[in-house]
Ligand binder design. Sequence first.
Ligand SMILES: Cc1cc2nc3c(=O)[nH]c(=O)nc-3n(C[C@H](O)[C@H](O)[C@H](O)COP(=O)(O)OP(=O)(O)OC[C@H]3O[C@@H](n4cnc5c(N)ncnc54)[C@H](O)[C@@H]3O)c2cc1C
Ligand SMILES: NC(=O)c1ccc[n+]([C@@H]2O[C@H](COP(=O)([O-])OP(=O)(O)OC[C@H]3O[C@@H](n4cnc5c(N)ncnc54)[C@H](O)[C@@H]3O)[C@@H](O)[C@H]2O)c1
Length: 466
Amino acid sequence: MTFDYDLFVIGGGSGGVRAARIAASEYHARVGLAEESRMGGTCVIRGCVPKKLMIFASQAGALAHEARGYGWQSADAGPFDWLMFRHKLDAELTRLEGAYTGGLVAAGVDIHKQRAHLHDAHTVELADGRRVTAKHILIAAGGRPQLPGIEGEELGMISDDLFLMEKVPGRVLVVGGGFIACEFATILQGLGAHTTLSYRGDAVLRGFDGDMRRNATEQLRVIGVELRLPSTPTKLEKRDGGILVTYDDGATDQYDAVMFATGRTPHTKGLGLEQAGVKLGQKGEVVVDEWSQSSVPSIFAVGDVTDRVNLTPVAIREGHSFADTVFGAKPRKVDHRLYGAAVYIRPHEVASIGLTEEEAAAQGPHEVYEASFRPMRSLFAGSDARAVMKLLVDAGTHKVTGCHIFGPEAGEMIQLVAIPMGMCATKADFDAAIAVHPTLAEELVTMRRPTRHIGGAHPDKTVGSA
Ligand SMILES: Cc1cc2nc3c(=O)[nH]c(=O)nc-3n(C[C@H](O)[C@H](O)[C@H](O)COP(=O)(O)OP(=O)(O)OC[C@H]3O[C@@H](n4cnc5c(N)ncnc54)[C@H](O)[C@@H]3O)c2cc1C
Ligand SMILES: NC(=O)c1ccc[n+]([C@@H]2O[C@H](COP(=O)([O-])OP(=O)(O)OC[C@H]3O[C@@H](n4cnc5c(N)ncnc54)[C@H](O)[C@@H]3O)[C@@H](O)[C@H]2O)c1
């Protein structure tokens, strides 16, 4: 049977673009790709990139404060021009969108700027009614925000809306305690909004190491975010030009804007997957095996639509591995067990890789090496903010199984820690590195004695504590 394409990709985000580009440019496959919105997807257009630029923008006040601590007595951030920033942001996203499109065109990918859905195991139907056939179809449709299902929730915003605001709200409520809630609460507070965060647990960032969670929660409070923990909004109503929020304990408060950051779900609705025989999971995710292959052999899926690890570099790796495997005769699986992640809150980020202390304790005997200190840069400027570095070491094998950093540029540090950890480095390997001084990261190679032992009986309590 002949097909119009060797590969048709639905979704031009992190995973889809990479898979299409590699299949076409490296393996000379005939590739078509449909994108219904802007090329680049969530990360480029309404995620990682604009979010991080907003984090940078929101730090002017804190930087001016620090400069005053260094003797620049009149340092002041001055007024923030949101519309000017938004205009520059739009231009930058347009530049990136062009770069992504250009990369695909240069690779020879046929771009269809419209929505697509499956017709059958080898056929895609485009919004304009055309049908195209492909030997392989890749679903890379990403995820979309999930609302909590409460009365009046349509009055609230989602993260996509934040990049398009006409002005910075005076009083804003952020609902949720995950990555997006913490990062956007930091941004909004830094841009001058009086920000409240409502979360149903006692500490934000569920799933992260307990110490990181406690520090992140406390930092949000210190930078001025009003924390309502634990609490859950139950109703939103329009009131006097604002939004009246009722909480589960009966309390009410009024805000100029409410933002829901209550998770994301796979974007599979209306894709025709079930009719084509593709098995979906409980959240609507495409169920795939270790090769990203769905229950229909010609249909694969990568990225957030599979709800494995919902991060851009993971989607990219999955897309690349799919192309190598199917078109390059280089079978490659993605190991989802070890990946670094950072939460870009300020002034200190949370960055993690591997086991949390709680997971390590459940797995068996571990040593915990921990340093908590005031970094010299902020200390000199008059801040009491503490940084925390933690290494978890398997007491039997001495391998470093987890690393957690709460500190300035923690994301940059964890990226480098990911290399030795991927090579199964032991604590002795870390110790063998001569420190770079004075840096924050030197703490990672100078922690000599375990702070505590966890996870039951230890085979040798002296190893690793020179
Ligand atoms: C606010 C926010 C901040 C984030 N920050 C980070 C971060 O700092 N670091 C990080 O690693 N990750 C971050 N993420 C997560 C990251 O953006 C995602 O994991 C990543 O974009 C997933 O890539 P993907 O290819 O699976 O999907 P996406 O990038 O979502 O791409 C899917 C694309 O498919 C298109 N599409 C969907 N259905 C169809 C259809 N039927 N026809 C045609 N096109 C379709 C969509 O328009 C979209 O462009 C963030 C996410 C958000 C929301
Ligand atoms: N820096 C980064 O790498 C980064 C940044 C943003 C997003 N992301 C990715 O995007 C994903 C989605 O981010 P997110 O913050 O939306 O999701 P999340 O899963 O991290 O957090 C969702 C939060 O919403 C809360 N919640 C869920 N349902 C609720 C309800 N009905 N009522 C009240 N609270 C509710 C949860 O308890 C949780 O705190 C992340 O898991 C991550 O993979 C990554």
